[in-house]
Design a protein around this ligand. Structure first.
Ligand code: PAF
Length: 280
């Protein structure tokens, strides 16, 4: 496995692979790897001759400096995990390498980026698109792998891929959960023992709401989730939205869409956690 820090070296190595007609898979990450990331790596390794994993905590997608500073960084352990999981290339650039000058490009994909995370984290998806577009252009992968936990991010990246005509096959991979149901996230490592216990109520509420929804309206289901989180110790709901899984626009009735997803964001102490569940 090669560890590369510059775009120039990355391009040289990948040009060789491309000359040998090798298929390239890209797994973009911000590091602090867990089993969710590893599921993406495994999928890429199974579907490509070369798997490139990028590790870069992208400053332009953080709208909160404290969140950026506290984001876990575990490069040595990440590299060890990637080695045993058969990644071929780790690309771990510096901020100066990715942003030698400020990125003034603006990416806007309404209405996808106007709701949920787009509303509560202004500029977040612009930053995500800035870095993902740079990675797509540096790696030129055949396939790129993203987790469905970041449901809105995945929809926006698919849209950017089409809009920019990258021609990359975007592979969405299912959420990986801890044994008790909590969605895996690099941010989980910031939870205290008490907070970790409290956080469990997020996924439990989503699972229960799935059953509840079978006999109740959209409005009642939203209320069920809001009340459950409000009653749970140590949690503060930022939003819960039931949306059309394709357009990400809120639905009002179960008949409004054929694909419906519930997206939730909750503060557990000062750790912001997201999760989602498919209703149909
Ligand atoms: O999902 C993430 O970890 C990040 O948003 C991504 C896609 C690696 C871009 O920084």
């Amino acid at each position: 496995m090669r560890i590369i820090h510059t775009i120039r070296e990355l391009k040289e190595v990948l040009a060789d692979c491309r000359n040998q007609q090798k298929k390239i898979g890209l797994v973009p990450t911000m590091g602090a790897l867990h089993a969710g990331h590893i599921s993406l790596v495994e999928k890429s390794v199974g579907e490509n001759e070369v798997t490139v994993v990028t590790i870069f905590v992208n400053p332009t997608q953080f709208n909160n400096l404290d969140d950026l500073e506290k984001y876990p960084r575990t490069l040595e352990e990440d590299v060890r995990l990637l080695e045993v999981n058969h990644a071929d290339v780790v690309f771990a650039p510096s901020v100066a390498e990715m942003y030698p000058t400020p990125d003034t490009r603006s990416f806007s994909y309404p209405p996808l980026d106007e709701v949920m995370e787009g509303k509560f984290r202004p500029g977040h998806f612009n930053g995500v698109c800035q870095i993902v577009s740079k990675l797509f252009e540096a790696v030129e992968p055949d396939n790129a792998y993203f987790g469905e936990k970041d449901f809105q991010q995945l929809a926006i990246i698919r849209k950017m891929n089409r809009a920019q005509d990258y021609g990359i096959y975007i592979v969405g991979c299912p959420i990986v959960r801890e044994a008790d149901g909590l969605a895996m996230s690099s941010r989980n490592s910031r939870l205290s023992t008490e907070e970790r216990k409290n956080a469990l109520e997020i996924s439990q509420t989503l699972f229960k709401s799935h059953t509840f929804a079978k006999e109740h309206s959209v409005k009642e289901t939203i209320r069920f989730v809001e009340d459950s989180i409000a009653a749970a110790p140590g949690l503060e709901l930022e939003y819960f939205s039931l949306v059309d899984g394709d357009t990400l626009q809120p639905i009002e009735a179960w008949e409004d869409a054929t694909y419906i997803v519930g997206c939730i964001t909750v503060f557990c102490g000062d750790v912001r956690l997201i999760d989602n569940i498919k209703y149909k």
